[in-house]
Write a protein that binds this ligand. Sequence first.
Ligand code: CP
Ligand code: NVA
Length: 307
Amino acid sequence: MRHFLTLKDFTKKEILEIIDIGLEIKKNLKSKIYKKELENQTLGMIFEKSSTRTRVSFETGMFQLGGHALFLSNRDIHIGRGEPVKDTARVISSMCDMVMIRTFEHSKIEEFAKFSKVPVINGLTDSYHPVQLLADYMTLVENNADKNIVAAYVGDGNNMTHSWMILAAKLGFELRIATPKGYEVDEDILNEALKLAKESGAVIKTTNDPKVAVKNATVVTTDTWTSMGQEEEKEERIKIFNGFMVDDKLMSLAKDNSMFLHCLPAYRGLEVSEEVFEKHSEIIFSEAENRLHAQKGLMVWLKKQNQ
Ligand code: CP
Ligand code: NVA
């Protein structure tokens, strides 16, 4: 059974295949060609955290592919009041054809996948956000920015950073990560990424200086300083992350015509300035739209693999 829990379990070839299927489906959709590749299939979507893009893209994507998606929030199902993950997995996977989960601990989705009879997709955990990286990479491909990538991530060492590290390590590009002291990426995940990077030729560097990371970068990206579940730390983090905003001054160090990506939701005046955000908004919102297309590619790919 192939699940999609992190990009670690996927080869470069497979990642590019998923993107290609997504791009083909996108092209067809724009020409009003709808192939019902998931007809009569259902996707169970468990959300233990909020979402705009992930919910809308999976639900819409499943409908467009001829299937149906069920929105299951932890306020409504028993997982939120103590039914074990392994029981929930066995029940939902006996009725649905695929399951998407957004949750806290990554171990929870691993436990779910272990007991699931159908493919499980990670819609974000505290440690990884791999579906976002499919959309991000698709956006680079569409803009011919996927060759000789030098990516800079500025901000919190979080689920997005970890997924950028794995993508870089798998595809073999350069990634520089700038975080404040004490907010670095997870050491075990970094070591795993560095090990994978040795095989692919990727270069992954960490620093506490945003300028060092952004110098001559072709892609600059960031994410919120306060992820879901860290709300109580918000005020403290705003003080500590002072100097880590991606603004015009920082962007001026990147290569001319460099791209700026943001997974959204964005907090202007914190991790990104209003000016940088608006200057790059066309790409940012196409990146968000690509969640729909990339995930349709993923679901079709998973279906084929698990037939
Ligand atoms: N980028 C992203 O995953 O957005 P949502 O939290 O709105 O789903
Ligand atoms: N790091 C953010 C990503 C939101 C899409 C969070 O986990 O809240």
